[in-house]
Design a protein around this ligand. Structure first.
Ligand SMILES: NC(=O)c1ccc[n+]([C@@H]2O[C@H](COP(=O)([O-])OP(=O)(O)OC[C@H]3O[C@@H](n4cnc5c(N)ncnc54)[C@H](OP(=O)(O)O)[C@@H]3O)[C@@H](O)[C@H]2O)c1
Length: 278
């Protein structure tokens, strides 16, 4: 039974204050895991920890962490070890998106996305890796369909997610014989705050979403699929049939996929009809 896999596991979740990370932390705690939750918003983490303690008697550690700062990622791993003694699973989930054509964008936006999405994953993984090797544990990265099939108006997002996928794939091969599992999890569109927080050309958040968030896969459903795959020690997963087709199309017929993606996003962005990928 996959649920019993999580009993007493020590799991770190970055970006646990919202969306997929929050739903995953809740699910892990409800299944008996000891969870270390991280993000910049300590108030939200503490509210979540209280809720999980009250509902499940869960042991939850809150560590305020900006994943773009290496020392804070080191601190997250150190505090988790101090409290729980070991680490079984690291979930690199903290993430940020964008909405702007490259010609218009301030390059600080791309630097910021690489800092959060790529370097945040690298810093946390570097600090946790020796400890995950001891437990033959799992490094997971929440990438995106955009980590397989690039999107216009998200040059920095696509590049950062391709980079994380490359990083995870190379890491998996380096440790193929060590018992470490390296899992690249690619959701399609999921209800969350990611589109509100997405940076526009000048670096300010978009502050709204072009999609009907309630019509998307819920963060709880996404977390459930993620957890089942973690328990099965999967190494790759692309969510939804459309997500799989999109990724396959990019590989097999890239010139046609360019045109389909152009039509979906470049010409119809404001309509919200870009719901194929994030
Ligand atoms: N939702 C989707 O449609 C979708 C699809 C595919 C992939 N994804 C990926 O899923 C992951 C989670 O996104 P979400 O959709 O759940 O978005 P979300 O609701 O906006 O949550 C993003 C989380 O990342 C944290 N975060 C952002 N910058 C951070 C930083 N510098 N340091 C630490 N934490 C930071 C945020 O916390 P604070 O603001 O409190 O720091 C928040 O908890 C991301 O990697 C995203 O790219 C999402």
């Amino acid at each position: 039974m996959w649920k019993s896999y999580f009993k007493d596991k020590v799991i770190i979740v970055t970006g646990a204050s919202s969306g997929i990370g929050l739903a995953s932390a809740k699910l892990f705690a409800s299944l008996g895991a000891r969870v270390s939750i991280a993000s910049r918003s300590l108030d939200k983490l503490e509210a979540l920890a209280s809720e999980l303690a009250a509902n499940y008697g869960a042991e939850v550690l809150c560590v305020q962490t900006d994943v773009t700062v290496e020392e804070q990622c080191n601190n997250l791993i150190a505090k988790t070890l101090e409290r729980f003694g070991h680490i079984d699973i690291l979930v690199n989930n903290a993430g940020l998106s964008m909405r702007a054509n490259f010609i218009d964008v301030n390059l600080d936006v791309l630097r910021r996305l690489m800092d959060v999405n790529f370097w945040g994953t690298v810093y946390c993984t570097k600090a946790a890796l020796p400890h995950l090797l001891e437990t033959k544990g799992t490094v997971a990265g929440v990438i995106s369909i955009a980590g397989y099939s690039a999107l216009p108006k998200r040059t920095g997002y696509s590049a950062s997610k391709y980079a994380v996928r490359g990083f995870l794939d190379a890491l998996r091969i380096e440790h193929l014989k060590d018992g470490l599992t390296v899992f690249a999890f690619a959701p399609n569109y999921v209800e969350s705050n990611v589109r509100n927080a997405a940076l526009t050309a000048d670096g300010t958040p978009q502050g709204s979403t072009p999609l009907d968030e309630k019509g998307l896969m819920s963060a709880d459903e996404c977390a459930l699929r993620f957890a089942k795959s973690l328990a099965r020690r999967r190494t790759r997963q692309i969510l939804t049939p459309l997500g799989k087709i999109t990724c396959a199309g990019r590989q097999l017929i890239p010139h046609i996929d360019d045109r389909i993606t152009y039509n979906y996003i470049m010409e119809r962005e404001d309509s919200g009809s870009d719901a194929r990928k994030n």
